[in-house]
Design a protein around this ligand. Sequence first.
Ligand code: ZN
Length: 267
Amino acid sequence: MLDICLLGTGGMQPLPYRWLTSMMARCDGSNLLIDCGEGTQTAARRAGVNLMKMDAVCLTHYHGDHIFGLPGLLQTLGCQGRTRPLALYGPKGLGEVWAALRVLTGPLPYPVYAEVLDAPAALCEKFGGWPQGAKLTPVPTRHRVVSQGYRLDLPRAGRFSPEQARALGVPVKQWKTLQHGESITLDGGRVIQPEAVLGPARQGLSFVFSGDTAPCPVLTFCSATPPMLCRSRPRRPNSTATAPSGRAQLSPPKRARSGSGSSTIRP
Ligand SMILES: [Zn+2]
């Protein structure tokens, strides 16, 4: 199951009912946060999202309305007792940004590994818990500064057969391992391969998130096949509207509503 929670979709300034850009992607207990605008912690609390569980924060670019929530969030995680490492991904320039953020956060009780992500990353190799084949790919976008979006690809194994698992004597607590495509060994030493309880592989799930961007061919191409695209747009500098013009655009619209909210894609 892939659960997408749009914590904030606003631009430039947070509004009482519209927080700045941030999105949480959850898959079977593994989490990624993309962008962290001011107010992300409050938005997460209202949405019931536990930010302690995230493996990584992925930044689309370094304008303040996409990152000003990060120093406070990193401090909160430390206060809540996090010791597990946290990955910080972003486009070129991340080293300078992280150096500045570190001055603001002070010492943290957990390591933060800042890495410019310029190639696809196998999530299951970097973090435990992600399904085999889960991949995070940076997607170049077009903004006034260096920027990138992210495409998340999740493979989907064949449909799991509880009846077959029971017939083979597989304990329920080991079902998830087989569902993730890994073999198990029963108490008696018998090895059960995932193929024994899974049907034919199904089409995977993909999600593309873009921060501020003008239309660009790469993003269009990467969004051509996924079931969902989310894109935020900055407010026009000469706009006098009181509500931000930036809106999340989700495609197809029946999958999710615009604005803060969540959408679940079930296998
Ligand atoms: Zn921007």
